[in-house]
Write a protein that binds this ligand. Structure first.
Ligand SMILES: NC(=O)c1ccc[n+]([C@@H]2O[C@H](COP(=O)([O-])OP(=O)(O)OC[C@H]3O[C@@H](n4cnc5c(N)ncnc54)[C@H](O)[C@@H]3O)[C@@H](O)[C@H]2O)c1
Length: 394
């Protein structure tokens, strides 16, 4: 059950709308601010896709959705939120402006998560003059309403308690929080993706393969392996009975062979963009982005569902979490159903069901308190640089 009482989403593009969908489908009320006049339509499109995907996960019915409100200002959006997720474009000056505003108007005990793909939280929280200690990076993966991982990263001023609370908050909406041990640009996921992306651009630019062939090479082979075991466990198995040591002995020396151009970046110019975009258009065979999103979502639900049945029915990897998450949502949906039955005689009697909400709010007290600890604040602040000496590395 979620421990978030009221959420705010600042930015409702690809990622912000994905957060909104996950939160609403967990029955949480969300207030959103996005200056784009098209924001409501765009969020609506993402909600449609998310509902469609969740219906496949929950054939017995969805929980009662939270209420979505479009706010006119950031101040209005965050005023009574206990969890705020910032998802504005990836520019440090904009992140500063938006985070300063969030910080000025949000309740002191609210947790602020940033969706940034690679900016260090230390570099963002300098703009938060009141409570920088409650900022964490909560880096998700698209589509946020289906992919469970969220990388949590704290900055130099982030309280350890805030990280703990953030872990609980994200986990309560079906996510898998992984705390990144040292602050570094692009964290872990995007470090890996960026390396693969650079190499892929080289391979296409040099005419070794086109974008479709490269995607086939991934999705018919190691892409399937990665979804269920990741890199290291897959290689452990690839080492045969002797496991990882044998694998490393065999392939370690290759690191010095001319296999990779990872240290160089292909020149980013119109020619490269045209080459990739033209091949990508051909690969799509006329399917629109929304159609491709549907295919992606169906496949992701099917993969997680298949993984949820593995490991003697306990589920494996993302499948084990998927199993728990769908159970949690089904329980929430059942609550809605029983509330409806009780309410049947008179429509207005449905209200008591809503009154169940304070239960959530009570739970939230715990996180709230943890972050509130005003006194230790200074002590923690003073100690922090010592603790996180590795930080400058990134
Ligand atoms: N797209 C991805 O795959 C992905 C994945 C993980 C994280 N991220 C990160 O998420 C964040 C958002 O990326 P996106 O892909 O959703 O971008 P996007 O361009 O799709 O959406 C950004 C939204 O922010 C809105 N916006 C602009 N200025 C604003 C302001 N002052 N206040 C509120 N909203 C404002 C825009 O109108 C737009 O709707 C970035 O930090 C990005 O690095 C992106």
């Amino acid at each position: 059950m979620s421990i978030i009482n009221k959420a705010a989403a600042i930015g409702g593009g690809v990622i912000g709308a994905g957060w909104v969908a996950r939160l609403l489908l967990n029955g949480i009320d969300v207030s959103i601010f996005d200056p784009d006049p098209e924001a409501s339509r765009k969020v609506g499109e993402v909600m449609k896709g998310a509902r469609r995907a969740y219906k496949q996960m929950l054939p017995g019915g969805l929980p009662k959705e939270g209420k979505l409100t479009f706010a006119k200002t950031i101040a209005e959006a965050v005023a009574d939120a206990d969890f705020i997720q910032e998802s504005v474009p990836e520019r440090l000056d904009l992140k500063h402006k938006v985070l300063a505003e969030i910080d000025a108007h949000a309740p002191a005990n609210a947790i602020v998560g940033s969706s940034t793909s690679g900016i260090k939280p230390t570099d963002m929280q300098v703009a938060m003059k009141k409570h920088p200690e409650r900022l964490v990076v909560g880096h998700p993966f698209n589509p946020v309403y289906l992919l469970p991982l969220v990388e949590i990263v704290g900055g130099e001023q982030t309280f350890p308690e805030a990280i703990e609370v953030a872990k609980e908050l994200y986990a309560s909406i079906g996510m898998k929080p992984v705390v990144v041990r040292k602050e570094i640009e692009a964290f872990v996921g995007d470090r890996l993706l960026e390396a693969a992306w650079r190499e892929a651009l080289w391979l296409v630019k040099d005419g070794i393969c086109n974008v479709e062939e490269l995607d086939d090479i991934m999705r018919y082979s190691f892409g399937l392996r990665w979804a269920q075991m990741g890199m290291f466990q897959v290689y452990r198995v690839a080492g045969g009975e002797a496991g990882m040591r044998h694998f490393m002995a065999q392939f370690g020396p290759c690191l010095k062979w001319p296999w990779t151009k990872l240290m160089d970046v292909p020149e980013f110019n119109d020619e490269l963009v045209d080459l990739i975009a033209t091949q990508s258009d051909e690969q799509a065979h006329g399917l629109s982005i929304r159609e491709l999103e549907k295919i992606r979502d169906d496949n992701l639900v099917a993969i997680m569902d298949a993984l949820s049945k593995q490991n003697k029915g306990k589920g494996w990897g993302a499948g084990a979490l998927h199993k728990d998450y769908t159970r949690q949502l089904a329980k929430l949906a059942a609550k809605k159903a029983s509330a409806k039955v009780t309410a049947k005689p008179a429509k207005k009697a449905a209200k008591p069901a809503k009154a169940a909400k304070p239960a959530k709010a009570v739970k939230v007290e715990k996180p709230a308190k943890a972050v509130k600890v005003e006194k230790p604040a200074k002590a923690v602040k003073a100690e922090k640089p010592k603790k996180k000496s590795g930080k400058k590395k990134g």
